[in-house]
Design a binder for this molecule. Structure first.
Ligand SMILES: Cc1cc2nc3c(=O)[nH]c(=O)nc-3n(C[C@H](O)[C@H](O)[C@H](O)COP(=O)(O)O)c2cc1C
Length: 186
């Protein structure tokens, strides 16, 4: 049954870099999404630095848009780089903005995590920090399978296409499991 059911996923990449391996991974996830999974990508670049004084005046438009899209999605897929053993400030900033009351949109939301890095651990440390953020926010992060793409510079071509077949297969398996996770949490 779950093979025929459909889910809408919002995808976020934690890097603003044009040639980002993580943005490329997210585009590949969109391409490899299983039947019945539709994925929209949200660009966090326009989100300003968090400022409580600004929030008191109301959420800036890009934050309002992010919150609305998270609320409307059946699940959230975050593809994060690792910066100094943690998640990039721009990603944390977007999560911080979106998490503010009222009705913080991560509560009860199924979440999938992937990451690509130039290092040997493929964002493992950043991913565990990201999971920690969603403990307080009550995001329902899928445990396994994990997608950690090490030595990313060897796995994408100059156009940002993921050329490593093993990694593509792994991504597809993760997405199938994520679809099942989203349907199970619904
Ligand atoms: C500020 C900064 C810190 C970094 N720290 C790490 C790190 O802790 N671990 C790691 O594997 N790579 C680290 N890197 C290298 C990134 O993995 C690499 O730049 C990667 O391409 C970033 O992701 P992107 O291609 O999606 O932009 C760091 C890069 C930057 C810019």
């Amino acid at each position: 049954m779950s093979g025929q059911a459909s889910v809408n996923i919002l995808g976020i990449a934690g890097s603003l870099r044009r040639g980002s391996f993580n943005a490329a991974t997210l585009r590949t996830a969109q391409e490899l999404a299983p039947d019945g999974m539709r994925m929209e990508i949200f660009d966090i670049a326009p989100i300003p630095p968090y400022n409580e004084d600004v929030r008191q005046q109301g959420f800036p438009q890009p934050v309002e848009a992010l919150r609305a899209k998270i609320k409307a999605a059946d699940g959230l897929l975050i593809v994060t780089p690792e910066y100094n053993y943690s998640i990039p400030g721009v990603l944390k900033n977007a999560i911080d903005w979106a998490s503010r009351p009222p009705e913080q949109p991560f509560d009860g939301k199924p979440i999938g995590i992937m990451g690509a890095s130039g290092g040997a651990l493929g964002t493992a440390r950043a991913q565990y920090h990201l999971r920690q953020c969603f403990v307080f926010l009550n995001g329902l992060v899928m445990n396994r399978p994990e997608v950690m793409i090490p030595a990313a510079q060897n796995k994408f071509d100059a156009d940002g296409k993921l050329t490593d077949q093993q990694t593509r297969d792994f991504l597809a398996a993760h997405l199938a499991a994520f679809k099942a996770w989203v349907l199970r949490m619904k």
